[in-house]
Design a protein. Structure first.
Length: 303
């Protein structure tokens, strides 16, 4: 779904301070949505939340939440496949929610990726998980800004979520065991705020750098292709997968003469307590990457 209309005046004319406050509040503005859309969206979200399986006592369960916050099809495609890869890797069948717009082939049957739907999905996960035992695995893909990640659905939806907003939500739900993977420009801004003893967090770029590959026609962003489509498909430890992804991204950026995005990461000192049981159940065989390699977009960048 293309973006051709300007944002609502309340957002377009915001000062930097006001923009940050909007992102801290998880602001979402919908414009000209018909009532039938709202009803259909309510039903899609209710179905997705109702299918979430409860946790298993004595088992470290992963709950995967994959969200595309922008309606450009590259993000819808990436969020869908990220959900599949992460659910397989972390034994999360029945414990996975995908929030995303169209993948470019047809209207999306999924709940949309919006701040409100994200918060509802997070609240539902908190209801069924045991926060002392289980783990949230979050993947977000979207455009980003120095204040956080941006929600943009065609000409109808706008909003943003900041690191402060996510931190408040996690704290409110008592979710401290978490694997967070943030694919967006400037996403390094999330790392210092969300890092903690029980948190592993990976970002596509530093807080002052762009990431690449987000053209609407792509199947993957650079970060999504390297981290999800390649590194995390393999039966290797999380740290090695992240190192492989960072090296791949560096190679691609050097080949295209792009300013390095400098992906960031933090792995807390207590992460091993939940990561080891999850990785013990990782499938022993790798799966094959899907879609067009993000490297194919280099020719477009260089024109």
């Amino acid at each position: 779904m293309s973006h051709t209309a300007p944002p609502p005046p309340g957002m377009a004319r915001s000062t930097d301070y006001e923009t940050i406050q909007q992102a801290n509040g998880g602001t979402q503005i919908e414009r000209d949505r018909p009532a039938i859309h709202s009803l259909a969206e309510h039903r899609r979200l209710a179905r997705a939340l109702a299918t979430l399986a409860p946790q298993r006592k004595g088992v470290v369960d992963a709950y995967v939440l994959s969200i595309a916050l922008d309606s450009d099809a590259v993000f819808g495609r990436e969020a869908r496949e990220a959900a599949r890869v992460l659910a397989r890797r972390y034994d999360a069948a029945g414990r996975t929610i995908t929030l995303a717009g169209s993948d470019g082939s047809a209207p999306s049957p999924l709940p949309m990726g919006s701040p409100q739907n994200f918060e509802a999905a997070l609240a539902r996960i908190a209801e069924v998980m045991d926060p002392a035992e289980d783990v949230l695995v979050l993947y977000t893909t979207s455009h980003g800004a120095p204040f956080g990640i941006v929600y943009h659905d065609g000409n109808d939806g706008w909003g943003a979520m900041s690191p402060t907003r996510l931190s408040r939500l996690f704290d409110a739900h008592g979710i401290h065991r978490r694997l967070l993977i943030i694919s967006a420009c400037y996403s390094g801004v999330f790392v210092p705020v969300l890092s903690g003893p029980q948190t592993a967090i990976f970002s596509a770029a530093s807080s002052d750098r762009s990431s690449f590959g987000c053209m609407a026609e792509n199947d993957w962003t650079f970060f999504g292709d390297a981290m999800i489509n390649r590194a995390l498909r393999k039966p290797q430890p999380l740290g090695l997968a992240a190192a492989e992804a960072v090296a791949l991204i560096g190679q691609w950026e050097q080949q295209a003469s792009l300013k390095p995005s400098l992906p960031q990461q933090s792995i807390g000192v207590d992460v091993a307590a939940w990561l080891a049981p999850l990785e013990a159940r990782t499938p022993k065989a790798a799966t094959t990457p899907v879609g067009r390699p993000s490297l194919d977009s280099l020719a477009q960048i260089q024109r």
